[in-house]
Write a protein that binds this ligand. Structure first.
Ligand SMILES: [Zn+2]
Length: 68
């Protein structure tokens, strides 16, 4: 989900906001001072995920043991 980070130019408050529509990205007000003078910051995309775990699932064929 697109999460944008904004910073209020009045109180320098940083807040993250989940914007579903790109049109609503411009209609944002500061949750602290309710000012419309906010600046959209760099998106949080490209977050580095530390630690790489690769687990391979090995499936073995079940052996039927029965008299045929
Ligand atoms: Zn503010």
């Amino acid at each position: 989900m697109p999460i944008y980070e904004y910073q209020c130019q009045d109180c320098q408050e940083k807040f993250e906001l989940l914007v579903l529509s790109s049109s609503k990205a411009d209609d944002v007000e500061c949750p602290r001072c309710h000012s419309r003078n906010v600046r959209r910051m760099i998106s949080l995309f490209g977050r580095v995920n530390s630690g790489g775990s690769s687990s391979s699932v090995s499936s073995s064929c079940p052996s039927y043991t029965g008299s045929g």
